[in-house]
Design a protein around this ligand. Sequence first.
Ligand code: HEM
Length: 414
Amino acid sequence: MSRADYADLTSHDAFVNGVPHDTFAALRREDPISWWDEEDGKGFWSITRYQDIFDINKDYKTFSSAQGVRLEEMDEEESEARRSMLETDPPEHTRLRHLVGRSFGPQVVATYEEAIRGIAVNLLEHAASHDEFDFVQNVSRPLPMRMLGRLLGVPDSDGQMLVELGDMMIANTDEDFTEHVVDQVDTEEWRLLPFRSPAALKVFEYAEEAAHERREHPTEDLINLLLSPDRHGERLSELEFKNFFALMVSAGNDTTRYTMTYAMKEIIDRPDLLDELRELDDAGWKMAIEEFLRWASVTMHFRRTALRDVEVQGKQIKAGDKLLLWFVSGNRDDDKFESPFELNLRRDPNPHMTFGKGGPHACLGMWLARMEVKVMLQEFVKRAATVEQTEPHAYLRSNFISGIKRLPISVEWR
Ligand code: HEM
């Protein structure tokens, strides 16, 4: 494939028919560390091979997160105002991670299983009353936010509003989710807010109000924990709390949804999967979920910025250069995975990089995401005899998040 035939990775439109996997495969073969000019930025390196992504992600002293983790360039004022733990390096990152990490470990998340199952069953039973329904609107979109709402201690009735606000922020490149599409309208007015989105104002307001209530009447929920000092007397500042809240409403919202939706799309396209899933034991489910995560690879890239001149695989990276770690490409690298374009529910080992790999920022919500995808699929396969797609599906317009935003289906229930 020649350069002219590559999909334009700088363009959100290049992703509206799904991930341009051919381009990534060609890049891994022909130009694994390639330079891309940008119309509205200073350009970036695309890193597409598994091992290079892993090595760069690990070397956080050279490749920093503090200047931003998405392509958008921010000046210092913007960076400071919008900084969440994602946009920090150790040791600041270590402090923040320690403060919020307490509620996201595997043992804690195991105690949420029953609540997640309750939500999944409720949504599926409700969906079952329709002949046809959009799997995204009815199941995969509400589920993660309803659970996150329970953890945060906010009423179920606020879930829908938080989902919509979260989508306005993270899907800020798709007009189905926001009227302030960042590459199409002027968003200068909101440049100091997460995702340059006015929705962040509402999220901040909501977070402030929730914090105020907890200070008056302490509770047992995650918001309360986030506001409390740890055993060293450390606590989040007001801005750190608000940015973390906004991060959870965005990161904890759409990624799990799209992973479930990609899994459902595969179940539709490969009817044998329903039976295969139904027969899985615990170990089998564990493997299957890892494979769906690799397959979906929803956060396609994260960015780092070089802090010094450095040579990587013969390429001269300059201090200040942006590098995009294309996790979605690493997950299809045949140097690492046998037959990477085959969905193999028994793939073992499966060292996918869907949650990041090797570096300090590995996804905080990974155990929660795994549990939600597993429980929803378990409850679905228990109830469904067959499932068919009734209308075309649609992909999110984004070169950052890969997602199916609409998947109309009909299910014959058992
Ligand atoms: C399948 C679902 C998910 C995927 C694919 C995903 C992906 C990722 C990735 C790749 C990173 C690393 C970013 C980097 O390297 O700069 C990350 C970080 C993070 N994720 Fe997730 N995520 C998912 C679900 C969640 C959920 C459910 C939550 C919260 C409820 C969450 C919260 C976070 C946070 C707070 C970070 C920052 C961690 C840090 O900076 O140390 N994620 N996620």
